[in-house]
Design a protein around this ligand. Structure first.
Ligand code: PLP
Length: 265
């Protein structure tokens, strides 16, 4: 059994954040370890507030864990502060052989900031260069690349611009704005467009980015190459969208058990 570490924020609804990451990992047969950066007050409609842990306390969770537990891959989600980003970068640079997926979480769909302003610069400067794969949505890609990403051509340019910051691969996700855009993957010097399977839903599904990055980390941990890990993770999220359930009055959440059983039988 592989062990995958998630480093991110708590979402009490279980739809996103480390709770969703752990469910994704468990459903795909991995052991999930979790280091929490921040607590959110959140329901399925919106984020009501955020409290981050002190950087020293956060850093200690990470170093104590990694000194003991052998981690086969790691992923980051909501990091909340630039100090946390620095702590992850400094720590993970000592574990350079561990595949690292960075979901550069900047803002919730409901519009709440999930990282401070300097945190975005710190992501660009210190964490992206260590990443095996970065998985920005369109808004995040625009912030990281400093240019527009509203057409496939612009997404391709953004993917290349983000790749210049140092990650091995970049997946720009176009699928979640309700438009016609697919995803764009930069890997090994090539940019490819990946078609998105359209799933008709009445309501938004919360936590698809968390599921995608966690699933990709599981597949990298089990020895898949980047392109195959991305492909399988996208298939998992598509299965998740087909198996989205209502747990509250707002967004739907993924039924991870059913999503995984569609993928792995
Ligand atoms: N809360 C936490 C802890 C998250 O990590 C995220 C996204 O990664 C969100 C909330 C926002 O999720 P959404 O954009 O689906 O609302």
């Amino acid at each position: 059994m592989v062990t995958v570490l998630t480093i991110g924020g708590s979402d009490p609804t279980g739809g996103a954040g480390v709770q969703a990451d752990l469910q994704t990992m468990a459903s795909l047969g991995a052991h999930g370890a979790a280091v929490v950066t921040a607590l959110t007050v959140q329901d399925t409609v919106r984020v009501h507030g955020v409290r981050s842990l002190s950087a020293a306390w956060f850093r200690q969770q990470l170093t104590v864990l990694l000194a003991d537990v052998r981690v086969d891959a790691a992923k980051t989600g909501m990091l909340a502060t630039s100090a946390n980003v620095r702590a992850v970068a400094e720590t993970m640079s000592q574990w350079a052989d561990v595949p690292l997926v960075v979901d550069p979480v900047i803002r919730s769909t409901s519009g709440h900031d999930l990282i401070d302003e300097e945190g975005v610069d710190e992501l660009r400067r210190s964490l992206l260069p260590l990443a095996t794969l970065v998985t920005p949505n369109l808004e995040e890609a625009e912030r990281l690349a400093g240019r527009r990403a509203r057409t496939v051509k612009e997404m391709r340019e953004c993917a290349r611009a983000i790749a210049e910051l140092g990650p091995q691969a970049v997946l720009v996700k176009g699928g979640h704005l309700g438009g016609q855009l697919g995803d764009v993957l930069y890997a090994e010097g090539q940019v490819a467009e990946l078609a998105v399977e359209r799933v008709r839903l009445e309501r938004q599904v919360h936590g698809t980015g968390c599921a995608l990055s966690s699933a990709a980390a599981v597949f990298l941990a089990s020895g898949h190459g980047i392109a195959q890990a991305v492909e399988r993770a996208r298939t998992y999220v598509a299965a998740g969208l087909r198996n989205a359930v209502e747990v509250g009055g707002g967004s739907l959440v993924i039924d991870h058990t059913r999503a995984a059983s569609e993928l792995i039988g």
